[in-house]
Write a protein that binds this ligand. Structure first.
Ligand SMILES: [Zn+2]
Length: 142
């Protein structure tokens, strides 16, 4: 009979970030010997995904993410969110380089608004004021 080896990822609380070590979650985690895959439902699209033991170890011990942070978005939505955030930063930069030109470009403002509104679908922390500001400036085109 062939032996099947299941990779196990040991919990090494010594490798956690300082703030993780001081958190309440730390005690619970330390009782756990190995990471276990966590099944969850994406907050945005409702799809099921798995936060694997390997990814958890990488996040908490290598990247030093806070141990109470868990996944709420599936891979696809997470990637979308990250791309939208990058795009939003780029547009903000472009706008700052030449405010007058961009405030008079309906195309730019519509694209910018679209990016920010899409981002809003994935995050509770979106730039409220920016959206209002763009909407106000778009009024002159209607
Ligand atoms: Zn999703």
């Amino acid at each position: 009979m062939k032996k099947i080896t299941i990779l196990k990822y040991r919990v090494e609380p010594d490798r956690y970030s300082q703030s993780s070590k001081q958190s309440y979650g730390h005690e619970i985690r330390s009782r756990q010997k190995y990471y276990e895959d966590i099944e969850y439902v994406c907050r945005s699209c409702g799809r099921k995904d798995i936060y694997s033991a390997f990814e958890q170890k990488k996040a908490y011990e290598n990247r030093k993410d806070y141990i109470c942070c868990t996944r709420v978005l599936c891979q696809k939505c997470w990637r979308n969110k990250r791309n939208l955030l990058k795009l939003a930063h780029e547009m903000e930069k472009q706008y700052c380089l030449n405010k007058q030109v961009h405030l008079n470009s309906e195309k730019f403002l519509r694209e910018w608004l679209h990016v920010l509104c899409e981002y809003k679908k994935y995050s509770y922390r979106f730039n409220h004021q920016r959206i209002r500001f763009i909407e106000r400036h778009l009024e002159k085109f209607t």
